[in-house]
Design a protein around this ligand. Sequence first.
Ligand code: PLP
Ligand code: ZN
Length: 430
Amino acid sequence: MKSPEMYLECVSCGKTYDPWDLRYKCDCGGILDVKRDLSKIDGEELRKLWDSRWGLKRGVESSGVWRYRELILSVPDEMIVTRQEGNTRLYPAGSAGKWAGLSDLWFKHEGENPTGSFKDRGMTCGASAARRLGAKSVACASTGNTSASMASYAAVAGMRAVIFIPEGKIAYGKLAQALAYNGRTLQIQGNFDDAMALVQDVCRELNIYLLNSINPYRIEGQKAICIETLQQLDWQVPDWFVIPGGNLGNNSALGKALMELHELGIITKIPRIAVIQAEGANPLYTMWKNHTEFKPVRNPETIATAIKIGNPVSWPKSMRAVTWSNGVVEQVTEQEIMDAKAKLDAAGIGAEPASCCSLAGAKKLRDSGVIGPDEKVVGILTGNILKDPDAVVGYHQDTLMDHYGIRGTFANKPVVIPATLDAVRKALGD
Ligand SMILES: *Cc1c(COP(=O)(O)O)cnc(C)c1O
Ligand SMILES: [Zn+2]
């Protein structure tokens, strides 16, 4: 099957551009979407083609992103920078589902990607676009996972990675990865939003390709989370997708994937999207709840550093996805995030703090009656449990109160005992 032609279209004014024009925004300042004419595509044929690629052992299409290449990016194989990303598992929620009061809750674990977060899905696409454009260097501002992913893909592609991270706390596992994959790591004096503003200037002035989520090709790659989940469900559409929202690229991608699958007739039912933000970094929630204009949060604060973002670039695309799907936006407290994390971890699944907004949000929406007890719900787990060991150990040692005001409600404290059989017996209560 021939891939449909791509073009770029402004989300604000509708102006179109050649896909290989080097630009991230419209002349009017609006953000860009990758568009395709899907009217000549036979959805049924396309679905069969994707199913025929399931389980391929090698080659570009064994990737859980490039399996769906017709809706991802039109580039020749030799330009594709891939680590066989995607192909992540879809877990029944087990005891975490019981805790949330949901009988049919599932988790799509994007922390099982090559660098431990869903960012790899967008990055394979962004890095391939960079190669197609002949870039020698790529850059991003990041709360951690984007930089870990970009450094890895740049290394695979033989490109230089330039990373801007905010000063202060960035999760240890993520910083370690950026350094380990040989990214040039610049810790700037400011928060994520400052880093984001700076990197855009730097890329323009120094001729570096920008791989932040403003990059429309990253969104295309992230659509594969949704497509792969539906394929794992034999194209049976759940009632809800619940997903954390930070810079809001991922829920935009989820919405875009659903819109395209719907246009192609591959799905007929539209699931509702619930975007979950941390209370201390909640500009989309505030806008949605109060029907107000978008207003950035000046000093975002949350232990879930991956979503500690006050001025998300993708909010117009995100709002479009929520509205189109008759979705909702919810916020959760620090305590709710970490208690949900304890339950998700103890269910044997495990994920980093930001990911656990999916469970915290699903429970909150069940408690308030927005989600019914037997509705089919898929939560997206965005990052790996090992990304942020400090948060885990802090919770279980119950030392997060001073800094974050978080209690170790379900703490599983380590116990120190003498090295005797008696002491073990006592400790185990046997
Ligand atoms: C990037 C990231 C998010 C937020 O995704 P956005 O697209 O920025 O909304 C959430 N969780 C983790 C683990 C992430 O790495
Ligand atoms: Zn425009």
